[in-house]
Design a binder for this molecule. Structure first.
Ligand code: ADP
Ligand code: MG
Length: 485
């Protein structure tokens, strides 16, 4: 599409996210909630909604909802009412889901996302409510039949509904990344979009720039990664603009994203939309969330990514880039936290985590919990470099690999036993300098004729002949002096 046409329009986006909760049992029964169990093994009469069975609220679901509510600065309702959402589908044995229709547990929350100008943008949350998942229809295992696995039926979900505050596919990408980070930090959901434990429906409309009236929204489903949500939105914005430019009227409908083709396809129109005939759930009495209960959850709240980000960019003086990198994964951030308990060189510690540590993890596909070297030993590495005992490159290339092999060793002792302690003794450095000067008379001549940038070349040679052990600071000034003579 031509840029000037696209530039006439403003996209408006609101996202609905379903997060499967990491509880031991299901939302309203004691059936286990385990991903990957043999199909239809965690299915009791309660999950099937047989006559005479009664749902019982899982307290953990409420606790997790409160955690997310507190983390998003939401108002948390005192009385939890439940409703039945009725529809017929093979993977819904009860014929209804128990959900919160008009009385969500959380309202008015906020998600902070990074925005283009480097500042924060706030995306409002309309609501977060508790509900249960349906079973799973599997279409691609049997050639002839659709198979149904009811293990997922009754798994607790939180539905997180955003305000239509998102204005581009990049903002949607950032929003989902932040939501995923948050549920992972809170240990309430594994955030795995590929496995469906975090799912997103995107509502998208476009309007002329400067307009205050939103266009008709289209809902897009079936994106199994954050990147695909972004792609689906991007496609949909262009499709709607082209339709409007061609004089068409956007119909309110639900569309499905085809990841292979990168397009959205109409599923059903508004006229064919479901009427769920909500009514109050008669088997589950309202549940009261007391203020003391909220305070208990508040006391147990972990550090959140945004708090850490603000601490790193503020107190620790790290760049936004470094701080975001460190806080992307909770485990990595906590590892960094452990290092900076032992050293005040925050930037030095960050460099180790984002450099050597992270690339080792990536190379071997390891989790932080599987990383052999203790945070304390990384702090020792930072320290001995700062003290000038070894150079940064020696620490990286010689001592770090040795620590990976023998994680219990003390970095300084490793340096000593491998004879890597940096030489800041002037007379021995001077001996190396003499050697370098003797080996490179032509370069010395050029340096003396004004090519001062050759000092870098001489430093390199000096490091080579000294086996990397010459203290660069001392060496640099001695070298310059010798070259000037
Ligand atoms: P529905 O009643 O169809 O479910 P809601 O008003 O509950 O619609 O909104 C569902 C989602 O759609 C929310 O995330 C909301 O922010 C978003 N939304 C609402 N109106 C628009 C719009 N005109 N354009 C884009 N998104 C919208
Ligand atoms: Mg709605």
């Amino acid at each position: 599409m031509e840029k000037n046409i696209r530039d006439k329009y403003q996209a408006v986006i609101g996202l609905e996210v379903h997060a499967q909760l990491l509880t031991k049992t299901k939302a309203y029964s004691s059936d286990l909630n385990e991903y990957g169990a043999r199909p239809n093994t965690n299915v009791s009469p309660v999950t099937l909604g047989h006559p005479g069975t009664l749902p019982v609220m899982n307290k953990k679901t409420i606790e997790y909802a409160i955690r997310l509510g507190l983390a998003t600065e939401s108002a948390i309702a005192e009385h939890q009412h439940f409703a039945r959402k009725n529809y017929f589908y093979p993977d819904l044995p009860k014929g209804y889901q128990i959900t919160q229709d008009t009385t969500p547990i959380c309202t008015g929350g906020k998600i902070y996302i990074p925005s283009e100008n480097g500042e924060e943008k706030v995306i409002g949350l309309t609501r977060i409510h508790m509900e249960e998942d349906a079973g799973k229809s599997i279409h691609d295992v049997d050639v002839f039949d659709t198979l149904v696995d009811l293990n997922r039926a009754g798994v607790p979900l939180l539905e997180i509904v955003s305000e239509p505050d998102i204005r581009s596919s990049e903002e949607a990408y950032n929003y989902l990344s932040e939501v995923r980070k948050l549920v992972r930090y809170l240990d309430i959901c594994d955030g795995n979009m590929e496995e469906g434990s975090l799912r997103c429906d995107a509502n998208i409309s476009v309007m002329l720039k400067g307009s205050t009236v939103f266009g008709t929204k289209v809902e897009v489903k079936n994106m199994n990664s954050i990147r695909n949500v972004q792609k689906a939105i991007e496609f949909e914005i262009n499709r709607q603009i082209e339709a409007i430019e061609a004089g068409e009227v956007i119909a309110q409908e639900t569309r499905s994203f085809d990841a292979l083709k990168g397009i959205t396809i109409s599923m059903r129109s508004k006229e064919a939309a479901n009427d769920y005939r909500y009514f109050p759930e008669p088997d589950l009495p309202p549940i009261v969330v007391r203020q003391e209960q909220i305070e208990e959850v508040r006391k147990e709240m972990p550090a959140l990514p945004r708090e850490l980000f603000l601490k790193y960019t503020g107190m620790y003086g790290l760049s936004d880039y470094d701080a975001r990198n460190l806080t992307d994964s909770k485990d990595l951030a906590l590892y960094y936290e452990d290092i900076v308990k032992e050293t005040k060189n925050f930037k030095g510690a960050a460099n180790w985590v984002m450099g050597a540590v992270k690339s080792h993890l990536n190379q071997y596909g390891l989790e932080v919990s599987e990383f052999p070297v203790s945070a304390k030993n990384i702090a020792r590495l930072v320290e001995i470099v700062d003290e000038g005992k070894v150079s940064a490159s020696i620490a990286n290339q010689k001592i770090f690999p040795e620590l990976l092999a023998n994680p219990e060793s003390d970095p300084l002792q490793v340096a000593e036993s491998l004879n890597l302690i940096q030489d800041s003794d002037e007379s021995s450095i001077q001996t190396f300098i003499e050697e370098v000067i003797k080996q490179h008379p032509a370069e010395v001549e050029r340096y003396r004729n004004g090519e001062k940038q050759l000092v870098g070349f001489f430093m390199g040679q000096l490091m080579r002949v000294s086996g990397g052990k010459a203290d660069p600071k001392a060496a640099n000034s001695l070298l310059r002096k010798s070259l000037e003579e």
